[in-house]
Design a protein around this ligand. Structure first.
Ligand SMILES: Cc1cc2nc3c(=O)[nH]c(=O)nc-3n(C[C@H](O)[C@H](O)[C@H](O)COP(=O)(O)OP(=O)(O)OC[C@H]3O[C@@H](n4cnc5c(N)ncnc54)[C@H](O)[C@@H]3O)c2cc1C
Ligand SMILES: *[C@@H]1O[C@H](CO)[C@@H](O)[C@H](O)[C@H]1NC(C)=O
Ligand SMILES: *[C@@H]1O[C@H](CO)[C@@H](O)[C@H](O)[C@H]1NC(C)=O
Ligand SMILES: *[C@@H]1O[C@H](CO)[C@@H](O)[C@H](O)[C@H]1NC(C)=O
Ligand SMILES: *[C@@H]1O[C@H](CO)[C@@H](O)[C@H](O)[C@H]1NC(C)=O
Ligand SMILES: *[C@@H]1O[C@H](CO)[C@@H](O)[C@H](O)[C@H]1NC(C)=O
Ligand SMILES: *[C@@H]1O[C@H](CO)[C@@H](O)[C@H](O)[C@H]1NC(C)=O
Ligand SMILES: *[C@@H]1O[C@H](CO)[C@@H](O)[C@H](O)[C@H]1NC(C)=O
Ligand SMILES: *[C@@H]1O[C@H](CO)[C@@H](O)[C@H](O)[C@H]1NC(C)=O
Length: 545
């Protein structure tokens, strides 16, 4: 085992040098082999000439860029694939998998490319990028309250497809309409309905999945262990998801959305302090999220904090106002802050695109209507389990004042349905007792790259915020979210000790150990791997903790 690993590494290292010498004539030969393999296995000229790209194809760069969501990674120094394959059916995926293994490449699987570390689009070893951009069919079955969705579809396209057939069913998924179904479900998935219906992965009923040997499995044929792992364990460690079967959930025809700004001068500190106690315990029909901004007051040089409280209520304004009157009058939500609309319109309004309820529904599925300007960032995510004291909030505000307004801070409350799942129900462990998650990021939209002095200063600032937050967020482990993958958490993986440094933060100990055992069975040679994939060890992991 050890020796074969070494030989494999050696071969990889060799091919690394061969194909990464930028001017090496072997560049071409190397991928030609793989392409001959694809040609030979498919015997399909159309497939090869239309759906397979090497760096010699003029469209190679644009195909690669098209779904690198985080603009930070679109630069010449980011390692690109040797070959991109954009299959339109499952047999083409099978062939790609076969030839990729055969010729010693790694694989990267990309659905909509929102990976925060661009792991789906890049690797420091020669790799084939399996780009599922053409596998995006959505089949909504209103009668059975289910949908089959291929991985390349985006959440906005899913919402739109459902809304075309019914306005009383929906799927509890994420906020940003461009996120891919492929990656999103596999990590858990929170969104505006998380308090009512749990994570997206909680609502996955079945899956079509290709294992390392090219077998196509469903829930029944793969067994409950692997099906468990795919719902929150990060699917790219296990194989290729070909489609998810989703449970659609009931929503009222009319929902209510509200927005209220509160500044420090309007007692933002007191109100946020109370919010931490109230919002996670509210009726699960109501979710209130908060975006935190540091701003100048008017055109003075004095700064303030502005909290934008935004709510989604599964019902009409009257009953929501009654609810808030009783539990959170300090927020002062008035009828004029509220608007009734359909569920899909609420997704539009809350998509942070500057859209309103009069924006046509189509926009949520229309990539050219979506602004990509600010998607150039570094993000980290924490879970908060005890209310932050006012002194802590004031420290956080002061920290925000040190930032040059490149900060993004978003709070999503949990509670409700999230309290009902055990930590081990699926790999996603951030459940009972989590009051809210805190997303922190800095953006580089105004910078030419993430390495300009200003960008580096912002990253440093983010690290100092991380440190400042330590006493106030979850501990032992400080929980993290695999869908907000963060290589700063560590990439050690030779022993359990090393891997636990990041793995237990994403999944907690019991789930991480179970994921490692499942990985050892499903992909013992560790073909599906990346810097933070579930590791394979040379020694068995004992069954109990
Ligand atoms: C702007 C933005 C908004 C976001 N909003 C939310 C949110 O509201 N809620 C939330 O929970 N998360 C959110 N996320 C995080 C998001 O869930 C993850 O980035 C998710 O992994 C994206 O999926 P993707 O298909 O777009 O990404 P990709 O980059 O294509 O894939 C991400 C990972 O999944 C793997 N993968 C993708 N497809 C497959 C497949 N078919 N089979 C096996 N492995 C696969 C990839 O190899 C990679 O490891 C957001 C991210 C961004 C950038
Ligand atoms: C060959 O590939 C093309 C394009 O991908 C596809 O439309 C066609 O169905 C394939 N033919 C066969 C026999 O698989
Ligand atoms: C890539 O280039 C080759 C060689 O010129 C060509 O045959 C093939 O059709 C091109 N592929 C695509 C997808 O354009
Ligand atoms: C549910 O799905 C099955 C199989 O696709 C179909 O035959 C049946 O008509 C559906 N039921 C309803 C109520 O639509
Ligand atoms: C909150 O304040 C911002 C900045 O002043 C403004 O653009 C936005 O419209 C306000 N939102 C609400 C709901 O009042
Ligand atoms: C802020 O709180 C103080 C003390 O509780 C109160 O007197 C004051 O009216 C509040 N200000 C606003 C704008 O709500
Ligand atoms: C703010 O700017 C405007 C226009 O530049 C100016 O007329 C106004 O006097 C300024 N207000 C203050 C308080 O400085
Ligand atoms: C700015 O802050 C200082 C110090 O707190 C205060 O004296 C001054 O009045 C403030 N100016 C404005 C315009 O708010
Ligand atoms: C998609 O958005 C673009 C840009 O706003 C617009 O020109 C186009 O008409 C839209 N397409 C559809 C189908 O709505």
């Amino acid at each position: 085992m050890k020796i074969s690993h070494l030989v494999f590494l050696f071969v990889l290292t060799l091919s690394f040098f061969v194909s990464w010498g930028a001017t090496s004539p072997f560049d071409v030969d190397d991928s030609v082999d793989l392409i001959s393999c694809l040609k030979y296995k498919t015997n399909n000229v159309t497939f090869i000439s239309q759906l397979v790209f090497t760096p010699l194809n003029s469209s190679f760069q644009s195909i690669w860029e098209a779904r690198v969501n985080n603009l930070r990674f679109i630069k010449p120094t980011t390692p690109k694939p040797s070959v991109i394959v954009t299959p339109i059916d499952e047999t083409q995926i099978q062939t790609t998998l076969f030839c990729t293994k055969r010729h010693g490449y790694q694989i990267r699987i990309r659905s909509a490319g929102h990976d925060f570390e661009a792991i789906s689009s890049s690797a420091v070893v020669p790799f084939v990028m399996l780009d599922l951009v053409n596998m995006k069919s959505i089949d909504v079955d209103v009668g059975n309250k289910t949908a089959w969705v291929q991985p390349g579809a985006r959440l906005g396209e899913l919402y739109y497809s459902i809304s075309q057939k019914t306005n009383t069913l929906y799927f509890p998924a994420g906020v940003c309409p461009t996120v891919g179904v492929g990656g999103y479900m596999g990590g858990g998935g929170y969104g505006n309905l998380v308090r009512k219906y749990g994570t997206a992965a909680d609502n996955v009923l079945d899956v079509r999945f290709m294992d390392v040997n090219g077998n196509i499995l469903d829930r029944k044929s793969m067994g409950e262990d692997l099906f468990w792992a795919l719902r929150g364990g990060g699917t790219s460690s296990f194989g290729i998801v070909l489609a998810w079967k989703l449970r659609l959930v009931p929503v009222p025809e009319i929902v209510t959305v509200f927005g209220v700004n509160v500044t420090l001068e309007e007692n933002a500190t007191d109100i946020f302090y109370k919010y931490q106690y109230v919002a996670p315990r509210l009726d699960p029909d109501l979710l209130i999220r908060v975006r935190i901004f540091g701003e100048f007051i008017g055109n003075t040089t004095n700064k303030t904090i502005r909290l934008l409280f935004q709510g989604l209520y599964l019902g009409k304004t009257d009953s929501m106002l009654q609810l808030l009157d009783k539990s959170f009058p300090e927020l002062k939500v008035r009828r004029e802050n509220c608007e009734e609309m359909s569920m899909v319109q609420s997704s539009i309004v809350l998509a942070d695109q500057g859209w309103s309820s009069s924006t046509p529904t189509e926009a949520i599925a229309n990539q050219s209507a979506i602004v990509r300007l600010y998607w150039n960032y570094k993000i980290k995510l924490d879970y908060v389990r005890t209310p932050i004291p006012k002194s802590g909030l004031r420290k956080i505000w002061r920290k925000i004042f040190e930032n040059d307004q490149s900060v993004m801070l978003v709070v999503y409350t949990f509670g409700g349905k999230m309290e009902e799942y055990s930590e081990t129900a699926i790999p996603y462990p951030h459940r009972a007792g989590v009051l809210f998650q805190l997303l922190k990021g800095v953006n580089f939209a105004d910078q030419t790259s993430d390495t300009t002095p200003t960008s580096l200063k912002r990253i440093q600032w983010l690290q100092s915020l991380e440190k400042l937050l330590e006493p106030y967020v979850s501990k032992n482990p400080r929980e993290a979210y695999i869908n907000y993958i963060d290589l700063d958490l560590g990439v050690g993986r030779d022993t359990y000790e090393e891997a636990s440094v990041w793995g237990e933060r994403y999944w907690k100990r019991e789930n991480f150990k179970k994921l490692i055992r499942i990985k050892a069975k499903v992909d013992p040679e560790n073909f599906f791997r990346h810097p933070q994939s579930i590791p394979v060890f040379d020694y068995p992991l004992v069954a109990s903790s």
